[in-house]
Design a protein around this ligand. Sequence first.
Ligand code: ZN
Length: 67
Amino acid sequence: MKKRFIAGAQCPSCSELDVITLVESEQGSHMHCVECGYEENMTDSEPVAKKKKPTEQMIQWVNIDSD
Ligand SMILES: [Zn+2]
């Protein structure tokens, strides 16, 4: 399982910044907020935060667990 931190992403639940991780598993990917525990399933590899903010181009992917 991979877990990637989404820098610059805002949690849709608690509105905190820089708390969203993307967790990738065999079943697919989902977002997880480390602050409030919010989770959201994803149907593709694009981060939801990017869909909600189409003009936001500053999102960076930071690997925190390369295995
Ligand atoms: Zn949250």
